[in-house]
Design a protein around this ligand. Structure first.
Ligand code: E4P
Length: 217
């Protein structure tokens, strides 16, 4: 499973990239707003830190304007994945952009049929939003499972990018189902490594080691 980080915070991205665990980055207009920085400038900086796909989202709702924005965003770096919303215009833009060899992430997916359309439009990534579905009382993970089945039924190459992840359990469930990628907020990514028994075990090993008076040298 690939890990993307879901943020436009450059210092977080740099720190996580140094761990070697990061395969890409996703941003959206809300995350750009939170960064407080101009979209082209901050996205360029992110692309210089991470080699993998960096999703940058169009903000237009009509096809023509989406394509114009996509053109500007594509020029930032070779590893840009254009993010388009799951609307008819977004799917049309997806088809045009992927036919032109660009990576496209179709975002705001809340149903299996929407994911089917995105795959037919040649999407590189489909982003089903788990947490936002859970918030409405539905089961976000069930959507991941349905999409996995549909994509496997027809050998679609579109990668399932589990999004709107809120917990370490979301990551585990998405991995068990076979999502190709999880885009994870920095705090959740860091929490994945934690286990109280790891901390306790390490403490005990270090205490015993200190008693030996030895050094590995
Ligand atoms: C995905 O690409 C989105 O940026 C993101 O996962 C949305 O998550 P949220 O529901 O926590 O805003």
């Amino acid at each position: 499973m690939k890990f993307f980080v879901d943020t436009a915070d450059v210092s977080e991205i740099r720190a996580l990239s140094e761990t070697g665990l990061l395969d890409g980055v996703t941003t959206n207009p809300s995350l750009i707003m939170k960064s407080g920085r101009p979209i082209l400038e901050v996205t360029k900086e992110i692309c210089e830190i991470v080699d993998g796909p960096v999703s940058a989202e169009v903000t237009a709702v009509g096809f023509k304007e989406m394509m114009r924005e996509a053109d500007i965003l594509s020029k930032i770096a070779d590893n840009i994945a254009i993010k388009v919303p799951l609307t008819m215009d977004g799917l049309k833009a997806c088809k045009a952009l992927t036919s032109d060899g660009r990576m496209v992430n179709v975002t705001l997916c809340f149903s299996a049929n929407q994911a089917l359309l995105a795959a037919k439009a040649g999407a590189t990534f489909i982003s089903p939003f788990i947490g936002r579905l859970d918030d409405t009382g539905l089961d976000g993970m069930e959507l991941i499972s349905e999409i996995r089945t549909i994509y496997d039924n027809y050998d679609f190459e579109t990668q399932i990018l589990a999004a709107s992840i809120r917990s370490v359990n979301h990551v585990k469930q998405a991995a068990l189902i076979g999502a190709d990628v999880a885009t994870v907020p920095p705090a959740v990514l860091r929490a994945l490594v934690k286990h109280p028994l790891t901390d306790k075990g390490l403490e005990a090993f270090l205490a015993d080691w200190a008693k030996t008076g030895q050094k590995i040298a």
